[in-house]
Design a protein around this ligand. Structure first.
Ligand SMILES: C[S@@+](CC[C@H](N)C(=O)[O-])C[C@H]1O[C@@H](n2cnc3c(N)ncnc32)[C@H](O)[C@@H]1O
Length: 252
């Protein structure tokens, strides 16, 4: 069920544009296959999708046989879109507005899916709060899988991924909390943007260890290409990939 907004969230203004961007080839051919490979077989598993956005991956995991899916997002507009899809074509998914920094315990779940959550942390303390929320909602030994801005390729300055439908601009000098702006040109000539924040891989490792995860790792993306896709185009994307998978497992 949708609940009242906690406060105005960045994605309230770009909900429709962000949803449209889920159809971009880099998401369909790289982001989604990488996430699904990390998640493995979800049949019979209880899943928390945090942040769920418009429910794109909540629906995917429900269709892949998850026993239950709860989607949580800071943006009431994103949750409204997710809930609308659920009303139109029910899959048994529950949605609610919530802040991953202060969600508390709503589980426990077998699997937490965190697709672009941690890159909203500006400081090690914010990252630790997110990691603690995930740990609090996992069964002992439960797994976290997700996608993230790739901290290993944020070299600083503007970088064109125009062939893939967007631009990335990393604030220089690159240091803890540097802003990473993603801009997506639209067909009508305007652009929509959102900001992520850079924290070092070591900050990630330290936060997950402190939050009670036995294992944490970044996982290189993979592409799932079919006939008609240009291998060279996607090899170039993977070789300087702006996104990365992540995996963690809670202590038993
Ligand atoms: C890039 S979108 C990804 C949504 C979804 N996981 C997907 O891949 O389609 C990032 C989402 O994170 C949400 N978000 C940002 N900060 C959050 C927080 N502190 N708690 C919960 N959601 C948050 C935004 O509202 C937005 O919907």
């Amino acid at each position: 069920m949708s609940s009242p907004a906690i406060h105005h969230a960045e994605y309230d203004d770009i909900a429709a544009d962000y949803s449209a961007s889920k159809q971009l080839p880099f998401r369909v051919l790289v982001e989604a296959p990488t996430l699904f490979a990390l998640a493995g077989d979800v049949r019979g598993k209880t899943v928390l999708d945090l942040p769920c956005g418009d429910g794109t991956y909540s629906r995917a995991f429900a269709r892949r046989g998850a026993a239950s899916v709860l989607g949580v997002d800071l943006s009431s507009s994103m949750i409204e879109r997710a809930q609308m899809s659920e009303t139109e074509a029910p899959l048994g998914i529950s949605y609610r507005v919530g802040d991953a920094a202060s969600l508390g315990t709503v589980g426990p779940f077998d699997l937490v899916v965190a697709c672009y959550l941690f890159n909203y942390a500006r400081t090690a303390a914010e990252l630790l709060a997110f990691a603690r929320t995930v740990a609090a909602n996992l069964k002992p030994g439960g797994r976290l899988v997700g996608m993230n801005d790739n901290p290993l390729t944020a070299f600083g300055g503007p970088q064109s991924y125009a062939r893939y439908g967007f631009l990335r601009d990393v604030e220089v000098p690159v240091r803890e909390g540097s802003r990473i702006r993603y801009s997506f040109p639209k067909a009508d000539g305007t652009t929509f943007s959102f900001d992520n924040f850079w924290l070092s891989p070591d900050t990630y490792r330290a936060a997950f260890a402190e939050a009670g995860f036995a294992a944490f790792d970044f996982v290189e993306c993979q592409a799932k290409l079919a006939e008609g896709h240009e291998p060279d185009l996607w090899q170039a994307f993977l070789s300087d990939c702006p996104i990365i998978g992540l995996f963690a497992q809670r202590d038993d």
